[in-house]
Write a new protein. Structure first.
Length: 307
């Protein structure tokens, strides 16, 4: 059983990633706070506390765990909740510390990036994509500190992969939703076209995100990985449909007055704006969940420990 160190594993989406990985691996969760020695961890899960913004602590904890792979999921997860400088500085510093430590440990990396790296959502005004669907080759043009931090983290992963010869994957989810609690189906979102226009009404279920992380980790740890040593790949991670269930081109025309000149989306197709063809080609991954079933699903949230 391989050992996978997961940063931010106690967070909202991180716990789904940990739960999924623990099916096959020994998972060491590293977060700012330890749940306490009195807790009873879930099978194949253990905990360490560290301030990953401190370079020494990050290097120390990765060295101590000596993981076979690192999943870097810790970050301030959205712009607007903290001062801009703190968002950028924290996310970039933590990513650099963790990824550098992973490289020195010869551990391949899967990290959380975001569709925010493209720079659509927080741009003023929101631009249309250069082309549809949006592939990983689309230019990255963030104007906000969160998106910029994700671009920087991706470049850091690529630099570490080149220097240390270990492979890295950056996963770009779009607004992660949780079964039975889909914010993208609340009335204020569904009834206000502008509410979701910034990321073109895209979303993804936390379980699909966890599945992509798991298959990426399995690839990197395999005997013949698709992502070769010394290389970095970024992959989109979004649901197949959009959150409103309406034709995507109709939504764009209504919200933006038109569609990109380069457009391979069919009229009447209620798909999302982002392509997941690369994740499918590399890892055989496709999103399995839609708001049509998952928004009202009764699924227990992962419990990583019992008190």
């Amino acid at each position: 059983m391989a050992t996978v160190l997961v940063t931010g594993g106690r967070g909202a989406s991180g716990r789904w990633v940990v739960d999924r990985l623990a099916d096959e691996h020994a998972v060491v969760v590293v977060d700012r706070e330890h749940p306490g020695l009195a807790v009873d961890p879930a099978p194949h899960v253990s905990f360490r506390a560290a301030d990953l913004a401190d370079r020494g602590e990050a290097l120390d904890v990765v060295h101590a765990v000596d993981p076979d792979a690192v999943v870097h999921w810790a970050a301030i997860p959205v712009a607007g909740t903290h001062p801009d400088g703190r968002v950028f500085e924290t996310n970039v510093l933590v990513a650099h510390n963790v990824l550098t430590a992973a490289g020195r440990a010869d551990a391949p990396v899967v990290q959380a990036s975001s569709d925010g790296a493209y720079g659509f959502f927080f741009a003023e005004p929101t631009p249309l994509p250069d082309a549809l669907p949006v592939t990983e080759e689309h230019p990255l043009r963030p104007e906000d500190p969160y998106g910029l931090s994700k671009v920087t983290a991706e470049e850091t992963a690529a630099a570490v992969a080149r220097r240390h010869g270990s492979p890295a994957v950056s996963v770009r989810p779009s607004w992660i939703q949780y079964p039975g609690a889909y914010a993208c189906r609340e009335a204020g979102y569904v009834e206000d076209l502008a509410a979701g226009a910034g990321n073109f009404w895209s979303y993804v279920d936390a379980r699909d995100v966890a599945d992509l992380v798991a298959v990426a980790v399995d690839d990197l740890l395999g005997d013949d990985p698709v992502v070769e040593p010394g290389t970095h790949e970024a992959v989109n991670c979004v649901a197949a449909d959009n959150a409103l269930g309406r034709p995507l081109l109709d939504l764009l025309r209504e919200a933006y007055g038109g569609v990109p000149d380069e457009c391979a989306v069919a009229e009447g197709d209620d798909r999302g704006a982002y392509s997941v063809a690369k994740a499918n080609r590399l890892f055989g991954w496709e999103p399995d969940r839609s708001w049509r079933e998952a928004a009202e699903a009764d699924v227990a949230e992962p419990a990583l420990f019992d008190v």
